[in-house]
Design a protein around this ligand. Structure first.
Ligand SMILES: NC(=O)C1=CN([C@@H]2O[C@H](COP(=O)(O)OP(=O)(O)OC[C@H]3O[C@@H](n4cnc5c(N)ncnc54)[C@H](O)[C@@H]3O)[C@@H](O)[C@H]2O)C=CC1
Ligand SMILES: O=C(O)[C@@H]1CCC=N1
Length: 275
């Protein structure tokens, strides 16, 4: 890809996406520009991936074709105010923020912009993100394809309606956190059973990875895959019974609902301020 890609912000998500893009060889590292308040993570990205570290947001905005805003939602207003008159003509703006609508970002720019609201997740770092893309009405098919190339370089992506974005945050944007908790808990139990901790993480994570791959590659309903593990009068059905008794599925549904509700609440406030 020959477009110049820029990031403002080099935190969890910015770093994961930059790492994902460079590791996937989507473009030459010299086509990737990053500006950030955090000079340590910025220096690390430059050192590790040979991308261009830019001193300030305004200079970065002036030289990139696709600009990814990777700052916290409550930093959007300030950053956009700073760069809105410096962006290249026909630059595509990509938001990755939770809780800020397309309309709110358009208002912050206060002029017509080509904007794609997205929701990636941190597994971008290892090329396994799941991302949703919501383009505004000015974005062309060609621009969507270009941004899809970027998001596909570090995982999978789908274009969805903005009305689905809260659901996306619950199911894939935030869910890696709950999956890590699940892995941690599985490993704790294995440690209880006498396994060394590092080995326990390996067993737990590979079990989750393999199970996810089964769902994706076989297309078989997760309930049937679960049933296939449960031998009559065996060990697994005992675990399933206990999980049901403890409200496991309900806990996940309620957690994801809390996540969606928070996203809606942030969006209503309109400025990405979660407080
Ligand atoms: N962490 C996650 O798993 C996910 C986060 N997101 C979204 O990604 C965005 C970033 O989140 P994180 O990476 O977790 O946050 P973070 O706090 O780790 O990173 C934010 C980065 O922006 C920089 N920054 C802050 N203000 C700046 C400014 N005015 N100019 C230049 N750089 C500035 C910080 O120094 C830092 O490098 C948020 O909008 C969040 O909603 C989306 C999906 C997943
Ligand atoms: O916790 C958050 O607000 C961000 C958005 C999705 C994942 N992390």
């Amino acid at each position: 890809m020959d477009k110049i890609i820029g990031f403002i912000g080099s935190g969890n998500m910015g770093s994961a996406m930059v790492g994902g893009i460079v590791k996937a060889d989507l473009t030459k590292p010299e086509n990737v520009f990053v500006a950030s308040r955090n000079k340590n993570t910025l220096a690390h990205l430059k050192e590790e991936y040979k991308i261009n570290a830019v001193k300030d947001n305004k200079s970065l905005a002036g030289c990139v074709d696709i600009l990814i805003l990777a700052v916290k939602p409550n930093g959007y207003k300030e950053v956009i105010e700073e760069i809105k008159n410096d962006c290249k003509e026909n630059c595509v703006i990509v938001s990755i923020a939770a809780g800020i609508s397309i309309e709110a970002i358009e208002e912050m720019f206060d002029k017509p912009i080509h904007l794609i609201r997205t929701m990636p997740n941190t597994p971008a770092f290892v090329g396994e993100a799941m991302s949703a893309l919501c383009p505004n009405s000015l974005v062309t098919e060609k621009e969507i394809e270009e941004v899809k190339l970027i998001f596909n370089s570090f995982g999978r992506c789908e274009v969805v309606s903005e009305s689905l974005i809260d659901a996306v945050i619950g199911v894939s944007g935030s869910s890696p956190a709950y999956v890590y908790m699940f892995i941690e808990a599985l490993a704790d139990a294995a440690v209880m059973g006498g396994m060394k901790r590092e080995q326990a993480y390996q067993f737990a994570a590979q079990a989750v990875y393999g199970s996810a791959k089964m769902v994706l590659e076989t297309g078989i309903h997760p309930g049937i895959l679960k049933d296939n593990v449960c031998s009559p009068a065996g060990t697994t059905i005992e675990a399933v019974r206990e999980l049901e008794r403890q409200g496991f599925r309900s806990a996940i549904i309620e957690a994801s609902k809390a996540c969606m509700d928070k996203s809606k609440e942030m969006t209503k406030k309109g400025k990405g301020d979660g407080k």
